[in-house]
Design a binder for this molecule. Structure first.
Ligand code: GLA
Length: 397
C-alpha cells in the first residue's frame, strides 16, 4: 500500500484519500450458461485490482495504471466520455462512469485514480470486470451514492455490453461484486436469485492452471456462440413456452430437440441445457460432501464444452487431460470463456507440488511452453480497504 501511495503521489502530485480492492473470479462449474438463463457457480479470488483515489475540484478525470505505464495518464472531462482505441484499458472505468452518469447526473467533481492489478494478464480471470467494479465502488464512496451492489453489478455489465461492446453475461460482474470469503455463489442468471455455498473441500484445494496461450479470436467466437444459442431458443419457442434455455430440463430438451434442424445448433443448445443441470447437481453434491461426484461433473462439463460447445482448443484440452492423469485430482475443467485462459482443478493438498511439476512437464512437451499455477484463495467481493494496509500487494511493476 505504501508503494501504491507513493506512486499515486508521484503521478498526481497529491495524496490518495480512498482505496478500493476488487477481486478476480474463477468459475467452478456452469460455463456459458449465464447468457442462456441458466445457473453458474463462481467465486471471487484474492488477487484483483486496487484503486487509489482522490477527488478533484474541477470535472476532470485522470487515470493511471501501474500495469500499463507506457500509456501514461489517461485524462478527459466527465461530460465527454467516449470509447477511443488509444485509451485502451481506461475505456472500462470510463464506461462505468458513463453508465452511472446516465442514471444520476454528471458528477460535480472529477477524480484522480491509480490502478494496480495482480490478476495474471489475459488469463480469463476477469480483470476487466474487476476493473469495472473497482470504478463503481470508487464512485459510490466518493459521492456517497445510495446504491446496492447488485445494481452496481448490473451497471458494470451494461458498461461492458454497451460502452465496450462485448456481449458478456452477468456472471463475472456478479461473482466479483458479490463474492464472499471461502464461499462460491450459486446464481440463477435468469432471476438473479442466489445463495452462498461454503467451499468445504477437506484436504483438497482449488488449483488454477493458466494455459498462457495468447488469446486472439475469443470475443468474436464468444459472440458467435451467443448468436447460435439465441437461434436455438427462437426455434424451440415455436414448440414450447420458455424464456431461455435455462428453463429446460435435459429430458424436456430431448423431447423437442428435433425441431433444431442443424446438428451444430442442437449441440450448442444441448450444452447449455445439460450444463445447467450439471451445475445444480454439482452444488448439491458439494453441499453433501460428495466431492468425487462434484469432480465427475466438472469432467463432464469440460467434455461438453469441448465436443458440443467447441470452446476449449488444444491447450485447454491438453492441460485438463494432463491434470486428470495425476494422483489426487478429482476434477478438472476449463473455466471462463475458453479459447485459452485457465483451467480449474480440485487437487489433494499433499499432491499439489507433484501436480504442478508433472502437468508443467507434460504440457510443455506437447504445447511447447509451460503453464502457470495458482492455488486459489477464495475472497470477498469488491470493497473499500484501508490506506494503511500492510498486506503485500505489489509483486512486479
Ligand atoms: C466470459 C463472460 C461470462 C460468461 C463466461 C462463460 O467470462 O464474461 O459472462 O459467459 O465467459 O461462462
Amino acid at each position: 500500500m505504501q508503494t501504491l501511495q507513493a506512486t499515486f503521489k508521484k503521478i498526481f502530485q497529491t495524496e490518495a484519500t480512498l482505496a478500493v480492492f476488487s477481486p478476480g473470479r474463477v468459475n467452478l462449474i456452469g460455463e456459458h450458461t449465464d447468457y442462456n438463463g441458466g445457473h453458474v457457480f463462481p467465486c471471487a479470488l484474492s488477487f484483483g485490482t486496487y484503486a487509489l483515489v482522490s477527488k478533484r475540484n474541477d470535472q476532470k478525470y485522470r487515470f493511471y495504471s501501474m500495469n500499463f505505464p507506457s500509456k501514461g495518464i489517461v485524462s478527459g472531462t466527465l461530460d465527454t466520455l467516449i470509447n477511443t482505441k488509444e485509451d485502451d484499458w481506461a475505456n472500462y472505468p470510463k464506461g462505468v462512469i458513463d453508465v452511472f452518469q446516465k442514471r444520476y447526473e454528471i458528477f460535480a467533481n472529477g477524480f484522480d485514480v491509480l490502478f494496480y492489478g495482480n490478476i495474471p494478464n489475459g488469463a480469463g480471470l476477469s480483470s476487466s470486470a474487476s476493473l469495472e467494479l473497482a470504478m463503481a465502488v470508487v464512485l459510490r464512496e466518493l459521492f456517497t451514492l445510495k446504491i446496492t451492489m447488485v445494481d452496481m453489478v448490473k451497471m458494470s455489465q451494461e458498461a461492458e455490453n454497451v460502452f465496450i461492446g462485448v456481449k458478456c453475461g452477468i456472471m463475472d460482474q456478479f461473482a466479483i461484486g458479490m463474492g464472499k470469503k471461502n464461499h462460491a455463489i450459486l446464481l440463477n442468471c435468469n432471476t438473479l436469485s442466489y445463495r452462498y455455498s461454503p467451499l468445504q473441500l477437506a484436504n483438497y484445494k482449488i488449483v488454477i492452471s493458466n494455459t498462457n496461450k495468447r488469446r486472439g479470436l475469443a470475443d468474436s467466437k464468444y459472440n458467435e456462440r451467443r448468436q447460435e444459442t439465441t437461434q436455438a431458443l427462437t426455434a424451440l419457442q415455436k414448440v414450447i413456452e420458455i424464456t431461455s434455455l435455462g428453463d429446460l430440463a435435459p429430458n424436456e430438451f430431448e423431447a423437442i430437440a428435433d425441431v433444431l434442424g442443424s446438428e451444430r445448433i442442437r449441440r450448442r443448445a444441448k450444452h447449455a441445457v445439460y450444463e445447467n443441470a450439471r451445475t445444480l447437481a454439482a452444488v448439491e453434491a458439494l453441499e453433501h460432501n460428495q466431492l468425487t461426484t462434484f469432480g465427475q461433473l466438472m469432467i463432464e462439463s469440460h467434455k461438453s464444452l469441448r465436443d458440443d460447445y467447441e470452446v476449449t482448443g488444444e491447450e485447454l484440452d491438453v492441460l485438463v487431460s494432463c491434470a486428470l492423469k495425476q494422483p489426487g485430482v478429482i476434477g478438472s475443467r476449463m473455466t471462463g470463456a475458453g479459447f485459452g485462459g485457465c483451467s480449474v482443478s480440485i487437487v489433494a493438498s499433499d499432491q499439489i507440488v507433484n501436480f504442478q511439476q508433472n502437468v508443467a512437464a507434460e504440457y510443455a512437451k506437447i504445447i511447447g511452453y509451460e503453464p502457470t499455477f495458482y492455488v486459489a484463495d477464495i475472497a470477498d467481493g469488491t470493497k473499500k480497504i484501508s490506506l494503511n494496509s500492510t498486506e503485500k500487494i505489489v509483486e512486479e511493476v
